[in-house]
Ligand binder design. Structure first.
Ligand SMILES: [Zn+2]
Length: 418
């Protein structure tokens, strides 16, 4: 049976070369791209998809999302108040929304579930039972008592309750043996990667972004066990002190890095350790937006203000690294407040507002992120790749909100939105 599609592109970005081409056609057969070029004939009986009014790009990838809750104010209550079943359904809801937004793949960097619902949802989507963004999953955060990933801290005004919740968590604990087992369990049930909460955070109640929440023995146990099982590890981490340490232990990647110094950026570049920079959660303090800052809960706000100066310094450094260095810097939104967490386009605006060129931003969200999530078959529009193809009617190059509305989505050769 002939299942070919002939796509006529308006403008065309392949995900790799930072240029917009014109007059390009793509031929898709089943779920793969079989031809890309300017002088391609339409094959016999192929379905013609005319996107000549759109800018066509690879399906975008968001490398840092939290999809197990819904809504801009749910983060500080959902982990305590919602069941795992509801959290799993929340993932589906958000992944349907993100697909409509042109993000054909998202990476869940840990969840507040106490089960493996995120893996079930990933598998259900892969089996095409639901039309939603492809999920790359770390089912849980690995962290210590009271750490950034220990959501029982949101019930810390009631220690009896809080301790009960903490004891039920599969990957919150203390000690080398605990974490070795936690890594093995995550891998046993299908984790694509391991996510560690190596340091405190901004959005959590009783910790700070420069806290060390796992000691060296625990960190080493996690990284070495994961390495033995050939599973990558990424760490939520902010400061140079900690990140230098993680790099020397052999970590694969780092999330945020929002307080690092130049020497750490250089070390990451030299060792090939990636950074998912996540500008979104710090925008209000980096670019001074009092109104939006007021929407965040009190500890989040206070910590952002306390670290404001260093956040602004490091932001300048990271923008320079994105534009001028060979560091691998990925695109990740990390929205947990103020906006809907499936608004994956917002990081595009943040990068653009910080002076990063549009196609460099989209390259981070396509071919660079494909490398970070270790899926070489996605992230670019080339022969042999999976046909994740999206289209935009607004001016990608000059409009910082151009990707807030997606006009066409194809995932694995299937048109999901037209
Ligand atoms: Zn996060």
């Amino acid at each position: 049976m002939n299942n070919k599609k002939y796509i006529i592109c308006g403008k065309f970005f392949d995900g790799v070369n930072e240029e917009l081409k014109e007059n390009i056609k793509i031929i898709v057969e089943d779920e793969r791209i079989i031809a890309v070029g300017s002088d391609l004939e339409c094959p016999m009986n192929a379905e013609v998809i005319d996107l000549s009014h759109l800018t066509v790009t690879p399906g975008l990838i968001d490398a840092h999302v939290h999809f197990d809750f819904i809504g801009p104010t749910a983060f500080s209550t959902y982990a305590i108040n919602e069941t795992d079943e509801m959290k799993t359904l929340n993932i589906l809801y958000c992944a349907q929304k993100s697909l409509e937004g042109g993000f054909t793949t998202v990476r869940l960097v840990g969840t507040g579930l106490n089960s493996y619902g995120a893996i079930d949802m990933k598998n259900a989507i892969d089996k095409k039972r639901f039309m939603a963004s492809r999920l790359i999953v770390s089912p849980h955060f690995l962290g210590t008592t009271g750490s950034h990933g220990d959501f029982s801290a949101f019930a810390s005004s009631n220690p009896v309750l809080s301790d009960k919740i903490e004891d039920s968590y599969l990957t919150m604990g203390n000690g080398v043996d605990f974490f070795k087992k936690a890594v093995r369990k995550e891998v046993k049930y299908g984790a694509d990667f391991i996510k560690i909460m190596a340091t405190g955070g901004f959005a959590s109640p009783n910790d700070a972004p420069d806290d060390m929440q796992l000691d060296n023995d625990e960190l080493r146990a996690i990284i070495e066990t994961a390495k033995q099982l050939h599973v990558p590890v990424t760490a939520h981490a902010y400061t140079s002190e900690l990140i230098d340490n993680l790099i020397n232990m052999g970590i694969t990647g780092v999330e945020h890095g929002s307080l690092i110094k130049e020497s750490t950026a250089k070390l990451m570049e030299e060792k090939g350790v990636y950074l998912v920079a996540t500008f979104m959660p710090y925008e209000e303090v980096v670019n001074l937006d009092e109104e939006k800052l007021a929407l965040k809960h009190k500890p989040f706000r206070e910590k952002l203000e306390k670290f404001g100066e260093q956040l602004r310094e490091t932001r300048k450094l990271l923008v320079d690294c994105i534009i001028n260095s060979n560091m691998t810097i990925g695109y990740g939104t990390d929205i947990v407040a103020v906006y809907d967490n499936f608004d994956c386009w917002r990081e595009f605006k943040a990068w653009r507002d910080n002076g990063i060129p549009a196609l460099k931003t989209l390259k981070a969200a396509t071919s660079v992120n494909a490398k970070i999530v270790e899926r070489p078959e996605i992230g670019s529009l080339e022969v042999g790749k999976i046909a994740d193809i999206v289209g935009w009617s607004r001016d990608i190059l000059n409009d910082s909100e151009a990707i807030s509305a997606c006009d066409f989505v194809m995932k694995e050769g299937v048109v999901c939105k037209r």
